[in-house]
Design a protein around this ligand. Structure first.
Ligand code: ATP
Ligand code: MG
Length: 359
């Protein structure tokens, strides 16, 4: 539990960056300690700051302006701005009164059926006093709702209906199929897709400018490529690379994340396709040791490479299937050496099949 003092300090901070109006991001940054991770420092404060998802943001913005916010269900992969969007909506609705008007529960809180029966019901059923705030409808934010027990979800159905007049619910999750259909049908669903490269790049450029970083074009492209549309990952890679080396280049990014460089992947694929088993095994093992590469990263990158080269589709299908099996086994922590053998073995099959097809 936080003491009343803590709450006051937090509230004060919330209000300070809210009252600054334009240029609030800069103001907020000055309030944050220097060591704050960039993912938090550059968390979008208003809906306008949220990159990509233009349609969703426009719709939510309009509904918020008209005070017609429905129950929300936001879902999609990590780091795409779901939590940030709901917090921005809450900030817009309640301003400095934020902490009185929302109940935020996430996976770190216990969210079994008792919490739905007590905490959520208590919050939803109490009268709200919203001096000055635009909206008097409260908001219950259930982050990581896919981790809620089924019983709790069933109990929530009735609570949502009963308190619709005074309370809106915003459910956020990664896997929408873990939310029971009855809850899904009570909410307006929005899917947050992975951010496209252009939006990740644009947001990164904003951070690079704000932090005054020395990043070259290839370095920026590498961060965008490795993030795979996860903005949180992009910011984390950028920050850790910047801490490791002043100049953020492609090489620095790959070194810092431990990912194989594109030219290494090409080299490994060449060995796999052309060298015999023992030679491939030796070369790849040596490269893994000298460059500190993980086999799972190699498998993932080699798969991408396979998609780009020409081979009969039956051979390709079998190979991708084999690579998927290896990746699956690696995720269970199976022996790296055996799996490397299996990887080279799969390619040996490919070569035999290709030679047979050429005859
Ligand atoms: N669309 C976006 N625009 C700008 N920044 C973003 C966006 N999405 C994510 N970020 C950055 O990533 C961080 C994490 O975002 P957020 O917490 O909203 O992700 P999430 O979708 O809730 O992910 P998770 O499913 O893992 O909870 C934010 O603090 C912000 O810095
Ligand atoms: Mg989240």
């Amino acid at each position: 539990m936080s003491s009343p003092m803590d709450v006051d300090v937090e509230r004060e901070q919330d209000m300070r960056y809210l009252q600054t109006g334009k240029g609030k991001v800069v103001e907020r940054e000055q309030l944050l300690p220097k060591a704050t991770p960039w993912v938090e420092k550059y968390r979008p404060q208003s809906l306008a700051d949220v990159a990509a998802h233009k349609d969703i943001i426009d719709t939510v913005d309009r509904l918020t302006n008209e005070n017609r916010l429905p129950h929300l269900l936001l879902y999609g992969p990590p780091g795409t701005g779901k939590t940030s969007t709901v917090l921005a909506v809450a900030r817009k609705l309640y301003g400095g009164n934020l902490r009185n008007m929302i109940l935020e529960l996430n996976a770190s809180d216990d969210r079994g059926i008792d919490v739905v029966r007590q905490q959520i019901q208590d919050f939803a059923s109490t009268q709200s006093f919203s001096f000055g705030a635009k909206s008097s409808v409260k908001l219950v934010l259930l982050d990581e709702a896919d981790a809620m027990t089924k019983d709790a979800q069933f109990a929530l159905r009735r609570v949502i209906e009963k308190y619709t007049k005074s309370t809106r619910f915003a459910l956020i999750c990664n896997h929408v199929n873990k939310i029971i259909p009855a809850l899904q049908s009570r909410c307006t669903r929005f899917r947050f897709a992975p951010l496209d490269a252009a939006h990740v790049r644009e947001r990164l450029q904003y951070v690079i400018k704000a932090e005054g970083l020395d990043v070259d074009e290839s370095g920026l492209s590498a961060v965008v490529r490795l993030s795979n549309g996860d903005m949180r990952k992009a910011l984390n890679i950028l920050q850790s690379t910047h801490m490791a080396s002043q100049h953020v280049s492609e090489k620095a990014v790959y070194l810092c994340t431990g990912n194989p460089m594109p030219k290494d992947v090409e080299q490994i694929s060449n060995w796999l396709l052309n060298e015999d088993f023992a030679t491939s095994y030796k070369y790849i093992s040596d490269m893994k040791t000298t460059k500190g590469l993980a086999l799972v990263d190699i498998v993932r990158e080699v798969t991408m490479f396979i998609f780009m080269i020409k081979m009969p589709s039956t051979v390709r299908v079998q190979l991708i299937n084999d690579l998927a099996d290896i990746e699956y086994r690696l995720s269970f922590g199976c022996n790296d050496k055996l799996q490397l053998g299996s990887l080279i073995g799969s390619f040996t099959h490919v070569r035999c099949a290709m030679e047979a097809a050429a005859k």
